[in-house]
Design a protein around this ligand. Structure first.
Ligand code: EPU
Length: 424
């Protein structure tokens, strides 16, 4: 078994550099399949979801040359298979982008259903609706999604029933190589959607409006290869360090981020009493008092991101009165509050609302990383607590944060990585 042991309490101080965005990279890697040639990608995060994606691409026939841990050239000229097994796809969520990426290039595609963090129901009906509207046949059977088409996909109008990152991305991928114009309405506007559109446009796609409610895609017959594209910095990793700095009453300069993407988090941090200074591509966060208890409601971008609520909850856990979080995206994203209660927090979570009666301090306990962001919250909790907090199930954390121990240790934390013999 792998675990982290966080030695607390610790005040974070110093500088940390943000890696490439996980949720952009996991769409851009499969997007390279739209090109029968090479794509050179930079600022790719070195995380286990990306390693899992590379394995799938290689199983399809991609040749990947690793230039450094964050830079690779993917050559898809020899890709001959459009079949990815459930065993590979079920390891993470973003494997569903293979559908959108392969549907234009192959008449028949078979992709295992995706996995990912357990945050409640994670349907893919909107993805399927988009593929069907574009003219593909879609069947879900025996753990796989099968798509087929007898002629090129045709431009159409798609109105999404819910604002969904994944189905917006998948519809963009599928409509890029098609005939005619596709209009996507009620789409997600997250920074990673804009990054995917920028990447595809840099290879000859015609996508307009990414980052707004309506995206228009004029289909093209092929894309050209890409000499180099650098993935945007990770909004959620940035937010995680911003909150960690504030929760530990520290002072941290977070480098290589996009302050504009951080606005909903910055605003809440200021409301909670932190000082946030923005520079061109850096943000400094400091805090020298007990947090003010605030109310948070998660919303699609540009609202407060659901992927930041477990980490931000530490400010409410340690807040001066009572604060609340309302989760509007995922139906069961409060499992981590039981872990915080083991550490002395006073949180009641019912359905999609959690009430945080602020406590003055936390004390170490054995806790579990229920999912990726909950795991990041456990690290922050461990940094705020007295004693040694043991965090189990850390594979969730390693899926999405590059060199997380190294980065926290550079800020003064002491975190041990322990692998016990039953793993050997
Ligand atoms: N939804 C549907 N039908 C669909 C798709 C989604 O009803 O076909 C619903 C979901 O049940 C949810 C809402 O729409 O209630 C939003 O889901 P969305 O499709 O936006 O989520 P996702 O694409 O599966 C991505 C991120 C998540 C992040 C959400 C919301 C990736 C790989 N994952 O998931 O990130 O929470 O968007 O921002 O991009 C994480 O990084 O830790 C993570 C969980």
């Amino acid at each position: 078994m792998e675990k982290f042991v966080v030695h607390g309490p610790c005040r974070l101080e110093g500088e940390v550099t943000i890696s490439g965005a996980k949720n952009a990279a996991v769409a851009i890697l499969p997007a390279t399949l739209l090109v029968k040639g090479k794509c050179h990608l930079e600022n790719v995060p070195d995380i286990s979801d990306i390693r899992a994606y590379c394995k799938i691409l290689e199983s399809l026939g991609s040749k990947i040359e690793y230039i450094s841990k964050n830079e690779m050239i993917i050559d898809n000229s020899e890709v001959s298979s459009a079949i990815a097994s459930y065993e590979l796809t079920s390891k993470f969520r973003a494997s569903y982008y293979l559908l959108g990426a392969l549907i234009g290039r192959f008449d028949k595609v078979q992709i295992g259903l995706p996995g990912g963090c357990k945050l409640g129901a994670r349907p893919i009906d909107q993805h399927i609706k988009a593929f069907k509207k574009l003219g593909a046949k879609v069947i879900v059977r025996n753990g796989n999604v099968y798509t087929s088409k007898t002629e090129p996909l045709k431009g159409t109008n798609i109105f999404f029933d819910v604002v969904s990152v994944g189905s917006t991305m998948n519809a963009i991928l599928a409509a890029t190589i098609s005939e005619g114009t596709t209009t996507l309405e009620n789409v997600a506007k997250e920074p990673h959607i804009v990054d995917l559109a920028n990447f595809l446009n840099s290879m000859g796609a015609k996508i307009k409006g990414a980052g707004t409610d309506t995206i228009k895609i004029t289909g093209v017959s092929e894309l050209h290869q890409k000499s180099s594209y650098s993935i945007i910095p990770d909004q959620i990793e940035t937010g995680t360090f911003m909150v960690a700095a504030a929760a530990t009453k520290g002072n941290v300069l977070i480098k290589n981020c996009i302050p504009k993407h951080m606005e909903p988090i910055t605003a809440k941090l200021i409301e909670a009493g932190a000082t946030v200074e923005e520079f061109e591509s850096d943000i400094r966060v400091s805090m020298d008092k007990r947090p003010t208890s605030v109310s948070v409601k998660t919303m699609p971008y540009p609202g407060f991101p659901t992927d930041m609520q477990p980490q931000f909850s530490l400010l409410l856990t340690l807040g001066d009165t009572t604060g609340t979080i309302i989760e509007t995206i995922w139906e069961s994203r409060f499992q981590y509050t039981d872990e915080l209660n083991k550490m002395g927090a006073d949180i009641s979570a019912h359905g999609t609302t959690a009430v945080f009666r602020g406590v003055e301090s936390l004390s170490a306990a054995p806790v579990k990383a229920h999912d990726l962001r909950a795991g990041a919250a456990m690290i922050i909790a461990g940094l705020c607590a007295d004693g040694q907090t043991e965090i189990s199930d850390i594979h969730h954390i390693l899926r999405g944060y590059e060199n997380i121990i190294g980065k926290f240790e550079k800020l003064g934390a002491k975190i041990d990585y322990i692998k016990t013999e039953d793993d050997e």
